[in-house]
Design a protein around this ligand. Structure first.
Ligand code: PEP
Ligand code: MG
Length: 574
């Protein structure tokens, strides 16, 4: 048995036999051409690009869903890129390379350049660039890559997979799970796997070389683990987990009335985090009570917020309407900047500590007011709340609330209807805000702790940097103390406090979050059924004792050990 840790890119468990697919690059002969062949070779290249651009435009027109559309848009950008064409032609003209050789060389240059850049999103685009390179080479040489056909139920194990390969794969319905040696959470393959509900682990470096065709694989998409040739005990353990997950999906899927509750009766509201309007359906079918976090910046970035060409008014109203009768939608105002820059935003030396979220929006008051107005207009359905990200101090919150009052006054003047009672919350994700949360709590109706950022800012460790990732620990005593302070301050002021960071999606942390006394947990819809089932097996009393115990422990490893022991004890008992 070999176990690999990777990145969970699509949740769920899968167990099955491996279908292994490794890429043999198209073999291109490196032929020089003569000087009188240059023009013909360039004409051949142009003809090739022309036909591919036509072909990809048709794919884009017929694309179904946002992820497919996004894929073809990126690939078309590459196919139409004048600089790319120019560098290939220069190699043909100056070095007398044949067109396929020049394409290979020019693409390698681009990939080499991108590989050296510290930008995960760009690195993940390498797969799209390869996709285009292969399409061009196939057209120029008439050679074809091996067609992937999966005839039986299998786990797809590959070094990497191009999105076009996944979309064009024959027998996609036979894919039980996916494990890739490379890739990241935001790669298109991960997005597609998630939308097709295929449990997947990516970035499991070397996994495809650790087993043979037909051997057994476990994909643990909940925790980002891939196991080759598991022992029968491990297999049985995962079969049990898979059954339980399926049962809770059956029990809670589509049932918005199922409530989160511990076995000794402590109610915890379980909500969903979403990024797109389509996410509302996922939230409802997972049984979420509310949309606890709508990350509005994803729609804005895609639709060009700074030119106000996004359709936020429509989208927010649709989301509120879709959720009416189910629960509330908490719209978080734009958290752009930092690692979520849009065109036209200036580069900064230290973007994570820079011009981001409310501090950015307060300097772009027109855009901030436009967004507040859109949220207020959606509030006419009386199930909308507004929440502010990255608040670091009192003045910042006051300024934001003043701006909101200004927008409300304008709407009243225009006789535009909105919910006068709309609840306002602030995220607590900066340590300074946590430390003054007693003061902030008097100014808002609710808190939502953003642990993704609170952890990075408390421990001073970049949440996206894998070199320092070992320090990024949600169980760091400093983080736990801050969370306890926030919860206590919120409750003393009589307001509710939730948590919407990734921590809420992970079973390991649930006893701590319950024991800390949080009122609400907001997570990815896919994790919700399992968290709800697990919550019902925990006792609030036991979880509070666990929290008291770990709060006097200084070593995060010991804290983690205690939490794991707590979990294991209850797993064996249940
Ligand atoms: C967080 O920081 O925990 C959070 C939910 O916000 P985001 O991940 O969007 O920064
Ligand atoms: Mg955050």
């Amino acid at each position: 048995m070999v176990e690999f840790s990777g990145i969970s890119s699509s949740p769920g468990y899968a167990i099955g036999k491996a279908f292994i697919y490794r890429h043999d690059k198209l073999v291109i002969s490196h032929d020089f051409i003569s000087s009188d062949e240059v023009d013909a070779e360039i004409a051949r290249l142009e003809e090739c690009f022309y036909s591919l651009i036509k072909e990809f435009r048709t794919y884009l027109e017929n694309a179904i869903g946002d992820s497919e559309k996004a894929l073809y848009t990126v690939e078309l950008l590459m196919l139409e890129d004048v600089e790319y064409h120019k560098s290939i032609k220069t190699l043909i003209q100056n070095k007398r390379y044949s067109a396929p050789w020049a394409v290979e060389e020019a693409t390698e240059e681009i990939i080499k350049m991108i590989s050296g850049v510290e930008d995960e999103y760009l690195k993940e685009r390498i797969i799209d660039i390869r996709d285009i390179e292969y399409a061009v080479l196939e057209t120029l040489t008439g050679k074809r890559r091996e067609h992937i056909e999966v005839k039986d139920k299998r786990i797809l194990v590959a070094d990497y997979i191009l999105t076009s390969e996944l979309l064009g794969l024959e027998g996609l319905e036979n894919i039980l799970g996916i494990v890739l040696d490379t890739g990241g959470k935001t790669s298109h393959v991960s997005i597609l796997a998630k939308s097709k509900k295929i449990p997947s682990v990516v970035g499991a470096n070397g996994f495809s070389l650790s087993l043979e065709e037909g051997e057994t694989v476990i994909v643990d998409g909940q925790n980002g683990i891939a196991i080759a040739n598991p022992t029968s005990r491990k297999k049985a353990e995962y079969e049990k987990r898979k059954r339980e997950l399926e049962q809770s999906l059956e029990t809670y899927g589509g049932n918005a009335d199922a409530k989160g509750c511990t076995k000794d009766g402590k109610r915890i509201i379980l909500d969903a985090n979403i990024e797109w309007l389509e996410g509302v359906d996922d939230a409802i079918s997972s049984g979420a009570e509310n949309i606890g976090l709508f990350r509005t910046e994803f729609i804005a970035i895609k639709n060009d917020i700074l030119n106000s060409r996004d359709k936020k008014d429509e989208i927010y109203m649709d989301a509120a309407l879709k959720m009416s009768g189910h629960g509330d939608v908490v719209f978080r105002t734009l958290d752009i900047g930092g690692d979520k820059k849009t065109d036209g935003m200036i580069a900064e030396e230290n973007p994570i500590l820079g011009w981001r979220a409310v501090r950015y929006m307060l300097s772009h008051r027109k855009d901030f007011k436009a967004q507040m107005r859109a949220v207020l207009m959606a509030s006419r359905y009386h199930n909308v709340r507004m929440m502010f990200p990255m608040v670091s101090g009192i003045e910042e919150l006051d300024e934001t609330l003043d701006l909101l009052d200004e927008v409300k006054r304008e709407l009243r003047k225009e006789k535009v209807e909105f919910d006068e009672e709309m609840k306002i919350g602030t995220m607590i994700e900066v340590p300074s805000a946590a430390l003054i949360s007693d003061v902030l709590a008097k100014k808002v109706d609710f808190f939502s702790i953003g642990t993704n950022d609170l952890i990075q800012y408390t421990i001073a460790v970049d949440r996206g940097n894998d070199k320092t990732n070992y320090l990024y620990n949600p169980l760091h005593l400093g983080v736990l103390r801050l969370m306890k302070l926030i919860v206590d301050n919120a409750h003393d002021a009589g307001i509710e406090v939730g948590l919407c960071g990734q921590m809420a999606s992970e079973k390991l942390y649930l006893p701590i979050l319950v024991g800390l006394g949080l009122d609400e947990l907001s997570m990815s819809p896919a994790s919700l059924p399992e968290i709800r089932r697990y919550l019902s097996s925990l006792s609030y009393g036991d979880c509070s004792s666990l929290v008291n115990e770990v709060l006097s422990e200084t070593n995060p490893d010991v804290i983690e050990k205690k939490v794991k022991e707590f979990l294991n004890e209850r797993e064996t008992r249940n």
